[in-house]
Design a binder for this molecule. Structure first.
Ligand code: GLU
Length: 382
């Protein structure tokens, strides 16, 4: 895998998610930067004309709302932020609509919360409606539904929302547009240099990431890298680039941008697609509600032999979870080795831990699942 060949491959990207951060869209004084927005819409429309399917994930609702309401500072309380999002989201969409109509493109608003994508049925509904929009040549404009979103059901920031959107529709390319030319790392002498090609994001890489967001935005470089690494692991190439650069989207798809490229991991074979889709939903659309610590035998069964998690190998249970909730699985050394959806509640797993499967059936009846986490609902990090 060479840098140049990976960059050239981007020309073939058919389905592209473009994430536009608040700082790209909004000027320092909080007013929307309509010229920048128009330039990006031109770029998106050009990619669309080339026959690509485009999904835009746009921030800026809160920033536009603050400006419309004459609020100079970002309020600290949630209801005021939700009010700003309600006012700003419609202004944002009105601005996009005006610009896209001129380019003869149709757009559709998609507002999501993390909660929507965690529930299997709503997850599939969101995916189906997004695919329907694409099939009809409509450009979905996605944002977090900030008006109803509270911390417990939030994606966190729009970088995370963009990577989840890329996974939801199995995008070929995710472009994270920000106000710098890519990710910069600092060497031992304290010199910083831009990284053009990043085949893996490690904890060391993340330590170099600077910037924590601003008055108008929540993500920073660390959240961009984490989201990029997750999308790349699931088969989407990611470019972090400067949204203020002229013709940036064209440069990216022609392989000539100076942004940071995080190449896609080898995609899974078609035979595994359905199972992978389910595992992706398990791993990336859930918050963990508890933790199960397993012994060495269970650890090997999960990691080396591809087995389900049985009660006999469970040593400890912490947290409060219900059947169907996501739990982290740790080994005796305290390392997280897997995640999965539990068949049982935390109270039940506490009762069952250490028991042979036969005993469970005696206790709970022959119809009870013999495993605590079925293999199909289990994700082992690669
Ligand atoms: N959803 C927020 C907005 O539209 C932005 C969140 C973010 O920038 O990460 O204002």
């Amino acid at each position: 895998m060479t840098h140049l060949s990976e960059r050239k491959k981007l020309a073939a990207a058919r389905r592209v998610v473009v994430k536009i951060g608040s700082r790209v869209l909004v000027q320092r004084d909080g007013r929307p930067d309509t010229r920048r927005m128009a330039a990006l819409v031109d770029g998106i429309a050009a990619l669309h004309r080339e026959g690509r399917e485009i999904i835009v994930v746009s921030s800026g609702a809160i920033a536009c709302g603050l400006q419309a309401l004459g609020m100079k500072k970002r309020p600290a309380d949630l209801p005021s932020l939700q009010m700003a999002a309600a006012v700003g989201q419609s202004r944002l969409m009105a601005a996009y609509d005006r610009l896209f109509v001129r380019k003869k493109c149709r757009i559709g608003q998609v507002l999501l919360t993390h909660d929507d994508l965690e529930h299997r049925r709503r997850h599939l509904n969101a995916r189906n409606s997004m695919l329907k929009l694409l099939e009809h040549g409509v450009i979905p404009i996605v944002n977090e539904n900030d008006v109803v979103s509270v911390d417990e059901i939030k994606f966190g920031d729009n970088d995370a929302l963009a990577s989840r959107t890329a996974m939801l529709v199995e995008a070929d390319l995710l472009v994270l547009l920000t106000t710098v030319n890519g990710f910069r790392a600092t060497d031992a002498k304290g010199c910083s240099r831009k990284i053009d090609f990043l085949p893996g994001v490690t904890s060391e890489t993340l330590a170099h990431a600077k910037g924590k967001g601003s008055e108008f935005s929540t993500g920073g470089m660390a959240s961009k890298l984490t989201s990029a690494a997750e999308a790349a692991r699931m088969g989407t190439a990611v470019v972090i680039a400067n949204g203020r650069q002229e013709g940036i989207l064209q440069k990216i798809v022609s392989g000539t941008s100076d942004g940071t490229l995080i190449p896609a991991a080898e995609t899974a074979s078609d035979a595994n697609k359905a199972l992978n889709h389910r595992r992706r939903w398990v791993a990336f659309f859930h918050h963990a509600h508890g933790r199960i610590t397993v012994d060495d035998g269970a650890r090997d069964a999960l990691l080396k032999r591809g087995k389900s998690l049985l009660p006999v190998g469970i040593r400890e249970v912490s947290g409060d979870f219900a059947p169907g909730d996501l739990v982290d699985i740790h080994d005796l050394a305290g390392q997280r080795i897997a995640q999965g959806l539990s068949e049982y509640s935390s109270a039940e797993v506490r009762l069952l831990k250490g028991l042979q499967t036969g005993k469970i059936l005696d206790l709970l009846g022959a119809d009870a699942p013999g495993e605590v986490i079925h293999r199909d609902n289990l994700v082992v990090p690669t």
